[in-house]
Structures are given as C-alpha cells and as structure tokens.
Design a protein around this ligand. Structure first.
Ligand code: STX
Length: 319
C-alpha cells in the first residue's frame, strides 16, 4: 500500500530497570530513543499482555524518550501472574511512580485496547501530567463490551475459532463464560489453570487481525505468557476494572481530559474491541481527532492502523 507510514525501525533500550511499587510487585521498565527527548509512555494491552520490541517503534526515536513497562504480574514484572494488589488503580499509581522515578513533569501517553482503557483512566486521574493521548482499539471494560467478545458476539464472526474456547466449559456453566474461566484460571490445579489459559488466550490471539496470523496465535502456546495474559485479563473483567460501567465515557470524566490533544484510532472490523466504544468516545469527545480505519481489525500492526498511529505520534512532536 503506497503512501502509508510504517513503524520506525526496531531499536534496543538505552536503559532498563525495575521499580518496587509496593511490598509485593516489582515493575520491569525500559527507556529507548533519545534520553534528552520529550517523554512518552506506552501502556500495553491485555491486561497482562506485556511489552515487546514493536511497542518501541511507534515513536520517532530522535525526538522521544520512549518508556515501556510491563504492568503488574506480566512480562518481566514479578511476581508472575500474581493477582494480589493488581487493579486498574494500582497501575495508575505505578504510572505516576514511574514518571517521578524518571524525573518528568508530564509525558505523552499511548495505549491500545486495554492500553487505551488504562490511558483514559490515568489521564482522567492525572490530566495535568499528560501532554497528549494516542488511543487505538478503544476498550472501556463495559459489561456490553465483555459480553460481545467473551460470551456472544464475535463468536458469530469467528465461529470455528470460538468453538475450542466454548467447548472447554461444561453446559451448566456456559451462560457465564468469564466466570467459568475465572474459576479454572484461579483453581489450585495447575493443569486446569494452564488448559483454561491456553484456550482463553488462543481465542483472543485468533481474532486480533483481519487476516489471521499464525505468529500471533502461537503466543497462546507459550505457557507463561498464556497464564499471565488469561489470569490477569479475567481478573480485571470479573471485577469490571474496579470501575462503574461506562465510567470513562461519562461527560464529567471526559470533561477532565477534553483539553488534552488526543487521537482516537479504530479498526472497522475490530471484533475484540468493536467500533461502538470508539464511536461512543468520539461522540462524547468530538474535540479529539477520530480515525475509523475502514479495512482493519484490532491489532496495531494492521497497515491502516499503523499508519494513523505513526502519523499521530509524529504530529505530537510539535508539543
Ligand atoms: C480484551 N483485551 C484486548 C487487549 O487489550 C489486547 N488485545 N491484544 C492484546 C495484545 C496485543 C497485548 C495481545 O491486548
């Protein structure tokens, strides 16, 4: 596709480290790009999805000091897959602790999927710390959003991929699949946890792209990854992210961030975080730039989505 911007080349961090954020959790972080640059923080998805090299490539490394960190319990943060003190508001506090640790007054915030939910939660709690918001595949953990992907919605579009996830649960528990998976993901039986984690994770990895991508789907076969991803996601969902339903979309909360330069990017065929949430956010927040990419699904790597993400972070170099 001609004329589309692509991510910046892969780079390595100039510094990495860990930050003890409470008496249990230690967060892994890394800094890359320009140490003297304008700071930007990347908030990964899932929750429990952890960061990877491609997450550094959304930012011009000459301009930005690019900060990535693995949220509580996932990636290189420890203890692995631990659900204790692991909530939206604990991570919002961690973002502030990291900002202070790095010595920055404010920073650009970038997040996709769960990362977009966390970006909104952080910005609404600390609007004076946010230079801009770049949001992709909008997710706000409403019950309707969870029902659509985990119970009955995306299953009509990816019926064959839904089957292994659905058939893993006995008939009498099929009416609430999130609760049924949570029971297995938090069971004392290690094998039961692992089997549930692999089925849960494969369902999501199989539906991220417009054209399914075996490389991405294989993540479901990496035990440690699948267990952290599934346990943490399911933990946040059964607790509705410790938010009221629709909290982040309420006028009084959007009012807190309405003035912040922001870009909303959404794939039309995103079945993981369907376009309705991006549209609801856009209607409440018309001041934010809004791009509905007509030929893309959920993943940031979809060509049209990648183009808008790079265009947005390049645009925010002027701040
Ligand atoms: C409901 N979870 C959507 C989400 O945050 C997400 N989707 N894919 C990811 C990874 C790219 C981290 C696998 O995260």
């Amino acid at each position: 596709k001609s004329g589309l911007r692509a991510p910046y080349p892969a780079i390595e961090p100039y510094k990495t480290g860990t930050l003890k954020v409470d008496d249990l959790h230690e967060i892994y972080w890394e800094a890359s790009g320009n140490p003297e640059g304008v700071p930007a923080v990347f908030l990964h998805g899932g929750p429990g999805g952890a960061t990877s090299v491609s997450d550094r490539q959304w930012f011009d490394p000459k301009h930005y000091a690019i900060y990535l960190f693995d949220q509580r319990g996932c990636g290189k943060s420890v203890p692995h897959a631990d659900l204790t003190n692991n909530t939206t508001w604990d991570i919002v506090k961690d973002i502030e602790k990291l900002r202070e640790h790095f010595g920055h007054e404010k920073w650009h915030v970038f997040g996709g999927s769960w990362g977009s939910c966390l970006s909104l939660a952080y910005a609404q709690a600390h609007p004076d710390r946010v230079l801009s918001l770049t949001l992709r595949g909008i997710f706000t953990l409403r019950r309707s959003e969870l029902e659509f992907f985990y119970q009955n919605g995306s299953s009509h579009i990816f019926p064959e991929q839904f089957e292994p996830y659905y058939e893993h649960i006995p008939e009498e528990e099929k009416s609430d699949l999130i609760a049924a998976y949570y029971k297995r993901l938090t069971s004392d039986d290690k094998e039961a946890r692992l089997q549930a984690a692999k089925r849960w994770t494969r369902w999501e990895m199989s539906t991220l792209r417009l054209y399914s991508n075996e490389e991405v789907i294989k993540r479901a076969d990496v035990d440690d990854y699948a267990v952290a991803f599934a346990r943490i996601e399911c933990h946040y969902f059964v607790n509705a992210g410790w938010m009221e339903d629709g909290q982040l979309l309420k006028k009084e909360n959007v009012d807190k961030i309405r003035h912040i330069p922001a870009t909303i990017i959404q794939g039309r065929y995103d079945v993981v975080c369907p376009a309705k949430t991006a549209y609801d956010l856009h209607k409440e927040w018309p001041q934010a730039d809004y791009y509905l990419v007509p030929d893309a699904a959920h993943a940031s790597g979809e060509l049209g989505i990648a183009h808008q993400l790079i265009t947005a972070t390049d645009k925010y170099r002027s701040i």
